[in-house]
Each structure stands twice: as C-alpha cells, then as structure tokens.
Design a protein around this ligand. Structure first.
Ligand code: B12
Ligand code: SF4
Length: 466
C-alpha cells in the first residue's frame, strides 16, 4: 500500500559555495564513487523495450555529481547488468518513476544491506517519500539542482538527512549543459534513440488533476536563457558534424509562454535543426504558429487530446483542450507537414462505448499519424489518486504504466472497457487503416512505428491489461 505524502523535512542549511565544496572534496583521501542507476521497469508492455530515449534526468544528475565525484552510469534498459556487489562504490543513486519503483527499491535494499549511502530521486520517490525512505538513506524531492550544494556537502561530511527538499527552486537559467558522455560512452549506446533530449522550460501551470507536475513544481514556470538552449544545439551540431540534428524537448509544456516559444522557434529556424516536443494545444489553433513551427524544423508534436468526451475533459481540469478546436489544430499542423502523436485515454467514469467510436472517427478522419492509447492511471501524489484511491484495484507499481486496468468506470463494466480498448487499437493499426491515415505522409520513422504497432496489436488480447 502506498503511504500518503506528508510534509517532508525542508532543507534549511545555508548552501555551501561551489569553491567550498571543491575544497572539501579535494581534502578527502580519494574521490567518493557514485553509481547512478536507471532501473528497467517490470512492466510487460512496450515501454522500456527496443530503442529507448537517453535519460536526461539521470544525465543531469551525473553532470552535477561528476564535478565533485567519480561517476559510473548504468542504464538497465540497455541490458546493462546491475552488480550484486557494491563494494566499489560509496553512494548508489537511483532514479525512479512509478513504473520502475519496485525495481528501484530492490536495488536500494540490496545496497543498504551492504552499508552504502543510497539516494532515491525522481517522480515516484518525490511523491511518496515516506514509502521511498524505507529503501534508501535519503530521498531527493524534485530536481537535484535546487538542493545539490547541501546534498554534496552532506555526502562529503557523512551527515545525511532523510529528505532533501529545497525551500525555493533555483532559477533555471543557471542550468549547465548536460554531459551526454555518461550515456554515450556505454557500449550499448546504440540502443538509444538518435533524438537528443533537451530542456528549455520546466513546469506547467495548467494544473490537470491527473498530472504530477503541478504537485511537484506548483504553478511555477521557469525557462533557460534562450542563448544557452541554442548554444547546446550548436554544440551537438559541431559534435555530430551536421546541421540537421534532431532534438526532443523534454519540457512539460514548451509553449506556455508564447513570446519565449515563438522566439525560440525563429532562432531554431536559423540553426536548421529538427525537433519534436510535448505541447498543449492552446494556441496551435493559430495558423501562423503552426506555420512557424513547421518552418523551424518541427517533425512531430505530441498532443494530449485525452478524450473526445466533453464531460470527461471537464473533470480533468484541462482548460487548454477545447474539442471544438481539435480539428483546426490538426489541420494547421498537417498543412505544415508536422506529424501528430496523439494521446487518448480511456477508462474515465463518463466513458461509454460511444467514446471509443468518437475517438476512432476522429483519428481516421483527421489522419492522426501516431495515436497512443492508454488507460487512465491515477499516479500517487496527484489529486486524482486521492479521489480514486478507494476504487483502485491494486497498488502494484509495475502496472502503473498507463497500460493496465486500474478501476471500474461507472458507465461500463471493466470487461467491456477492455474489449473496446483492444478493438479500437486493432482497428486503428490494421494495415488498411494505416494506409488511410498515412496516405501522402513522408516516408520516415513514423511509418516504422505504425508497422511495429500493427505487429503488436495483432496479438493483443484483454489479458494484457489485467
Ligand atoms: C518527456 C517525458 C516523457 C518522454 C521521455 C521520457 C524519458 N525517457 O525521460 C516520453 C514521451 C518518452 C515519455 C514516456 C512516458 N512517460 Co513521461 N514524461 C515526460 C515529462 C514531461 C518530462 C520528463 C523529463 O525528462 N523532464 C526533465 C528532467 C530533467 O527532469 P526530471 O525527470 O524531473 O528529473 C529531475 C528530478 O526529478 C531529479 N531526479 C530525477 N532522478 C533523480 C535521481 C536522483 C538520484 C536524484 C538525486 C535526483 C533525481 O533531478 C532531475 C534533474 O533536474 C514528465 C513530466 C515530469 N516533469 O516529470 C512525464 C512523466 C515522467 N511521464 C509519465 C508517464 C506516465 C509516461 C509513460 C508511462 C506514458 C506512456 N503511456 O507511454 C511513458 C513511460 C516511459 C518510461 N519508460 O519511463 C509520468 C510518470 C508518472 C509517474 N508517477 O511515474 C510523468 C511524470 C507525467 C505525468 N503524467 O505526471 N515521457
Ligand atoms: S497540460 Fe500536460 S504537463 Fe500541464 S498539467 Fe496538464 S498533463 Fe501536466
């Protein structure tokens, strides 16, 4: 059972200066050794298999840690084995989302038994720090950058606290360029997607009730100095010796500040890069924005349409989505050759069989290139989780991957929900539907995704989702 979040210990110490930390580290007999771990989840679905994206979160942790300590980086998703013996390390630091929390805890337990300092960070330990504390020495609440000085100083002095939580977030313009060598030096680095993860902004004030971002960062929206983002892009162009480098923005909602966003696009157009991002649709109904996005090298935008049911949208508090705008947004993007990864969720209390038909019709009519279907999943720490807790069928974190049946909706049985869910996916990804949806689209990786989804959905049954 999950524990509910309680007020954590707020870090109050005066932060040590960078110079002071460097001196402290230099005084130690040998540099402390950190093992940074990206665990693989236990889910049976296609989440951590095949090509995976480079884990920007852990790369950013490594970039900071590497300034003072020796770093070994293990990404289990690449098939890199976890050592059973941790004697070569002083600190084991693990990143975790809900879907790999069980695995993260197992590694934490093993390292604690061997007397190591274990640090857990990422969305899940942040949301459930009481639960996470049972499997580590310290939990880091939210981003590492805002508490790094204190954490580093405590590791050096051996005075670890149970929870590190910044009383104020650091301005994001100070963010260093992530050092990708930690990921790229792996002998299995070929399994990483060629897209380079990049971050321009953090936070999202929209406040959807199922999302962890507003809980962790509140209504806060921060952004980096534009020149730093562009400098990072130029760095990768130089490193790879080509102009057309593809970037994937990891921002929660990159377009929230229109002025910043449009200036960034104008600058990217000059650089000649390619890019994709998560975006909320609030101002994509303006044709000139879609035109600018296309001109700036955008290949694909990931949009959470969530539902075609207006009642459901109301319950999500997703004010940026207006069903009346959906077709306009899609048309604007398609006219500018931008493909759409459309996210659709099912299993809401207002869902009926008609919701599936409406979604199917919308996808087919509007030729959505890459539809992603998920089952609504209340993530711990969100208002939605608190609301749904009495009705949730299990607290098996391996199944919190948005592809498992979580609770029975009010207007249809669980069985009917899953039958329709499977049928919709098979229909959308059958050969003839792919040909209709992809007619006239450029031949690129989106076709391969459709092909892989066709193979996957052919064997799909409702059993996958229990
Ligand atoms: C971009 C993104 C994606 C991308 C890339 C993911 C990737 N490989 O990193 C894509 C589209 C592939 C994706 C997929 C999915 N995602 Co996603 N995604 C995000 C998003 C918007 C940003 C993540 C990010 O990289 N941020 C930038 C980095 C730098 O920040 P960060 O991750 O917060 O890391 C900082 C801190 O957490 C901390 N930290 C992190 N780890 C550690 C470790 C230690 C030791 C320390 C000290 C600190 C620390 O310091 C870091 C640096 O500042 C988040 C929302 C969010 N804000 O977290 C959702 C989010 C992580 N995704 C989510 C989900 C549900 C999914 C999917 C299951 C969706 C799906 N149906 O396919 C999959 C699962 C993929 C997987 N295997 O994990 C949920 C997870 C909820 C949860 N409780 O686990 C989130 C939180 C959104 C939400 N609904 O609330 N996602
Ligand atoms: S718009 Fe996206 S990032 Fe913002 S609160 Fe909603 S789900 Fe989270």
């Amino acid at each position: 059972m999950p524990t509910s979040p309680t007020e954590p210990v707020v870090s109050s110490i005066i932060p040590a200066s960078e110079d002071h930390l460097k001196k402290l580290a230099a005084q130690q007999k040998s540099r402390r050794k950190w093992l940074l771990v990206q665990p693989k989840s236990g889910t049976s679905m296609m989440v951590d298999s095949g090509t995976v994206s480079m884990p920007l979160n852990l790369i950013m942790v490594a970039t900071l840690v590497g300034e003072l300590f020796d770093v070994t980086f293990i990404d289990e998703r690449l098939g890199e084995p976890m050592p059973e013996d941790f004697s070569g390390y002083d600190v084991i630091a693990i990143t975790s989302r809900t879907l790999n929390a069980t695995k993260a805890y197992k590694i934490g337990d093993a390292a604690l038994k061997q007397g190591k300092i274990v640090i857990l960070g990422g969305v899940h330990p942040t949301m459930l720090h009481d639960e996470a504390s049972e499997h580590c020495t310290s939990v880091v609440y939210g981003e590492i950058e805002s508490i790094w000085d204190e954490l580093a100083s405590d590791v050096l002095l051996g005075t670890m606290k149970r929870v590190y939580r910044a009383s104020a977030l650091r301005p994001m313009h100070e963010m260093m360029r992530p050092d990708f060598s930690y990921a790229l030096n792996s002998k299995n680095a070929k399994k990483y997607s060629a897209l380079i993860p990049i971050l321009a902004t953090k936070g999202c004030p929209v406040g959807c009730n199922f999302c962890t971002t507003p809980t962790i960062y509140g209504k806060n929206y921060r952004y980096r100095e534009m020149e730093r983002v562009l400098e990072e892009m130029r760095y990768h162009q130089d490193r790879l010796g080509k102009q057309k480098v593809s970037f994937s923005f990891m921002d929660d909602n990159i377009s929230f500040r229109p002025q910043y966003f449009t200036t960034l696009l104008e600058e990217m157009a000059k650089l000649g890069v390619r890019w994709n991002a998560n975006i909320s649709m609030n101002f994509l109904d303006k044709p000139e924005i879609a035109e600018l996005a296309g001109r700036s090298g955008c290949d694909l935008l990931s949009i959470g349409f969530e539902s075609l049911n207006p009642e459901t949208l109301k319950t999500l508090h997703k004010g940026s989505n207006r069903i009346g705008n959906y077709e306009k947004v899609v048309g604007n993007l398609h006219r500018n050759k931008i493909a759409i990864q459309g996210y659709f969720m099912f299993g809401f209390d207002n869902d009926t069989e008609e919701s599936f038909q409406l979604t199917y019709d919308f996808i087919m009519k509007n030729q959505i290139e890459f539809p992603v279907f998920s089952l609504v999943t209340p993530f711990p720490g969100t208002p939605y989780f608190d609301e749904m807790k009495p009705r949730i069928r299990h607290f098996d974190w391996d199944k919190y991957d948005t592809y498992h049946y979580m609770f029975e909706p009010k207007r249809m049985s669980g069985e009917k929900l899953l039958e329709n869910f499977v049928k919709l996916q098979k229909e959308v990804y059958k050969g003839s539907s792919i040909m209709k949806r992809m007619k006239g689209k450029p031949f690129n990786w989106v076709w391969f995704v459709n092909y892989a989804m066709n193979r996957f959905t052919r064997k799909l049954t409702t059993d996958y989702y229990y």
